[in-house]
Design a protein around this ligand. Structure first.
Ligand code: AMP
Length: 278
């Protein structure tokens, strides 16, 4: 397994490959959710590239960026065990040299939810994903459905810029109590970790109402909020019931939709979602 430290090294490695390339972009601190993406890529492609890059431009707060877990040694051991062909872990300077100014302005999928709660976040995501895809030039790139809106933003950008990689969404991997795995879970206090299972319970309460025939978005969102309020330290950022393709919230659900939530436990912000399939 090779470790590539600059876009140039990445490109040189890429030129030597034959066969299909799968790509899994991450910010490291790998867990079983990332492992699932890697497994999918390894199964589907001749070679898999895993990127590990904590991208400063997509963080809204310097403190969140600085405290983001960095565990390169254990990450590379996991990558090797999963038969990753190369890790692309570019240095900050090689990605954003002094004077770097260019950015990709994401499309309509970037406007609601995370877009309004985290100004500039998807601009950072879109820019880094385009840079990574251009350096790796994969046939297939794998993104988690846990970050549902991110997946939609990336799909929209790749389509709009006539880029060739297929963007593939992978289902969310959860802990035994339902909490979606996330590198940020490690920053939850024991007390908050004990309460965080409320997120999946709340999403399920919304989905249960939908399964029973409820189609009023605000009633479903209210049920989710009510369940979340059972956890004393959970602060809701948003609960949104929106169309899966446009991410637009309609009063009445008539197309395949998704419930998306963002909550805070202390200074840790967590997001999750569940599909409402018609
Ligand atoms: P991150 O390192 O958090 O930027 O995530 C890298 C990729 O892993 C993204 O495409 C995420 O959506 C995906 N991912 C993160 N957590 C999970 C999970 N629990 N299940 C599946 N995919 C995930």
């Amino acid at each position: 397994m090779e470790i590539l430290r600059t876009p140039d090294e990445m490109r040189q490695w890429r030129l030597r490959q034959t066969g299909t390339i799968g790509f899994v972009p991450t910010m490291g601190a790998l867990h079983a959710g990332h492992a699932e993406l890697i497994r999918r890529s390894v199964a589907d492609n001749d070679n898999t590239v895993l990127s590990i890059f904590v991208n400063a431009t997509q963080f809204n707060e310097q403190k969140d960026y600085e405290s983001y877990p960095r565990t390169f040694e254990t990450d590379s051991a996991m990558a090797k065990a999963l038969e990753v062909s190369a890790i692309y872990a570019p240095s900050q300077e090689s990605m954003y040299p002094d004077g770097f100014q260019v950015a990709i302005e994401p499309g309509i999928a970037s406007i609601p939810m995370e877009g309004s709660s985290r100004p500039g976040h998807f601009r950072g995501v879109a820019t880094v994903v385009v840079k990574l895809l251009n350096a790796v030039e994969p046939h297939n790139a794998y993104f988690g459905r846990k970050d549902f809106q991110q997946l939609a933003v990336v799909q929209e950008v790749v389509r709009a810029l006539d880029m060739s990689p297929a963007i593939i969404g992978v289902d969310t991997i959860r802990d035994a109590d339902g909490l979606a795995l996330s590198s940020r879970n490690a920053r939850l206090s024991l007390l908050h970790r004990g309460q965080a299972d409320i997120i999946w319970k709340a999403l399920q309460s919304g989905r249960d109402l939908f399964t029973l025939g409820e189609r009023d978005s605000s009633i479903i969102a209210e049920a989710v909020r009510t369940t979340l309020s059972a956890a004393p330290d959970c602060t809701v950022d948003y609960v949104s019931v929106c169309a899966a393709d446009t991410l637009i919230s309609e009063a009445t659900i008539t197309t395949p939709s998704v419930i998306c939530v963002a909550v805070w436990f202390g200074d840790v912000r967590l997001i999750d979602n569940v599909d409402l399939d018609l």
